[in-house]
Design a protein around this ligand. Structure first.
Ligand SMILES: *Cc1c(COP(=O)(O)O)cnc(C)c1O
Length: 414
């Protein structure tokens, strides 16, 4: 045990364990539902993380966009600290003094009227599904228990039994049935197929404006506008899952903003908690959200004062447009940098704002292998599937840091 870098940060009485020891310990006492890169992070600031041996890495995954503002953004950490010293939990049995401001701010930011606060993304999706069904029975007049929701092939909306039931990923689904009925799956980015699947039973169309887990799949221009027009004509709700695409990532506050489309129901999560606490929300107009009455839905932690304080600080950060502009400008650097690698290890890529899916030439290795090689270069990324890796750095990344990470990618593919 000769690791001076470690003793400097030793905490408490327990002797610090090496990355290898910690990974071995996890292996025997932690469920194996993930296959992480072999890096054990113990400290972070901004776009950088450090492992327990003190090695530094640029975080190009950013917690699947939960860290849009980087690690420990000072304004968010300050909001959390201040709230920790005041009040952390009341449950919704009582009011708390932070919730009104959070709801007002988020409604203003998104251009919708009312907020239903939850915790994780999957809960926001589940809540959106419940809301749409209730709306279908009470407002649209769908016969009891007949409501359908149309979703897209290749979707990722979370991990609950209902949600994986309409996933098209066998790994996510198999072994977890029986599944909840009431969902129809159509190809993504195909308005004709969507039109054919929508009928008088349709409560909602639930889609990701950009499919993140599928490899940052960006639909054709006009698709989101088409979904909006089609759902309006059919008297169905348009639910946009912007849990990963929203809150600045694509260069606009929401990914639907690229087509100036306003969904009926917006699902947010990930970055809404500032990388500090899980915060998610369903946002909708009064005509929709109004169908929920006391006792019909809830969450012990949803809307807790700590979450509301951090969520409000996130809304404040986004209200100036500064992060959205950064993502748009640096997104062009990212896009151009990836285009320059076409034919040199990159088979193709899709990019919107600071968010890219990069198809690596399969001859060079799987996405996982590329991720491991990048890790050794001090860059952390995550593969999505096959030979596709996803790049989604914190929106606080500098141009120099972004260019350095592109240079590392070039080196690893060379
Ligand atoms: C991550 C994600 C979810 C699920 O969020 P959790 O907080 O992991 O439950 C849902 N939808 C999309 C688009 C996501 O990216």
């Amino acid at each position: 045990m000769t690791a001076p870098a470690r003793t400097a940060r030793a905490t408490g009485a327990r002797p610090a364990r090496s990355s290898e020891e910690l990974i071995r310990a996890e292996d025997s006492s932690l469920a194996h539902n993930y296959h992480p890169l072999p890096v054990v992070v113990s400290r972070a600031e901004g776009v950088w993380v450090w492992d327990v041996e003190g090695r530094r890495y640029l975080d190009m995954l950013a917690g699947y966009s939960a860290l849009n503002f980087g690690h420990r953004h000072p304004a968010l950490v300050e909001a959390a600290h201040r709230q920790l010293d005041q009040l952390t939990l009341t449950s919704r049995a009582f009011h708390n003094d932070r919730l009104a401001g959070f709801a007002e701010g988020l409604a203003r930011l998104t251009g919708l009227e009312m907020v239903l606060p939850m915790n994780t993304g999957a809960e926001a999706v589940e809540s959106g599904i419940k809301l749409a069904r209730k709306w279908a029975y009470e407002v649209k007049g769908v016969a009891p228990d007949q409501a359908t929701i149309v979703v897209a092939d290749g979707n990722f909306h979370g991990r609950t039994t209902t949600i994986v039931g309409f996933s098209s990923d066998p790994v996510a689904r198999e072994g977890f049935g029986p599944f909840a009925p009431g969902f129809r799956v159509v190809p993504y980015n195909d308005l004709a197929a969507l039109e054919a699947a929508v009928d008088e039973t349709t409560a909602a169309v639930l889609i990701e404006p950009i499919q993140g887990e599928a490899g940052v799949l960006i639909p054709d221009d006009g698709y989101l506008r088409g979904v909006r027009d089609l759902t309006r004509r059919a008297g169905a709700l348009f639910i946009a899952d912007e849990i990963q695409s929203g809150l600045g990532r694509t260069g606009t506050t929401l990914a639907v903003d690229h087509e100036s489309v306003r969904p009926d129901v917006l699902l947010l999560g990930k970055a809404l908690g500032g990388g500090i606490v899980p915060v998610s929300a369903v946002v909708a107009d009064r005509a929709v959200m109004g169908v929920l009455r006391p006792g019909e839905h809830g969450s012990t932690f949803g809307g807790n004062p700590l979450a509301a304080a951090v969520g409000s600080a996130v809304v404040d950060l986004l209200s100036t447009g500064e992060f959205q502009s950064r993502a748009a400008e640096l997104g062009q650097v990212l896009d151009a940098g990836l285009s320059a690698l076409h034919g040199r290890g990159v088979a193709g890529h899709r990019c919107r704002g600071l968010w890219a899916g990069v198809d690596v030439d399969p001859a060079l290795g799987t996405g996982r292998e590329i991720g491991e090689r990048l890790m050794r270069e001090g860059i952390l990324v995550k593969d999505t599937h096959g030979s596709t890796i996803r790049l989604a750095p914190p929106l606080t990344i500098t141009r120099e840091e972004l260019e350095a990470s592109l240079a590392s990618l070039e080196k690893v593919l060379g």
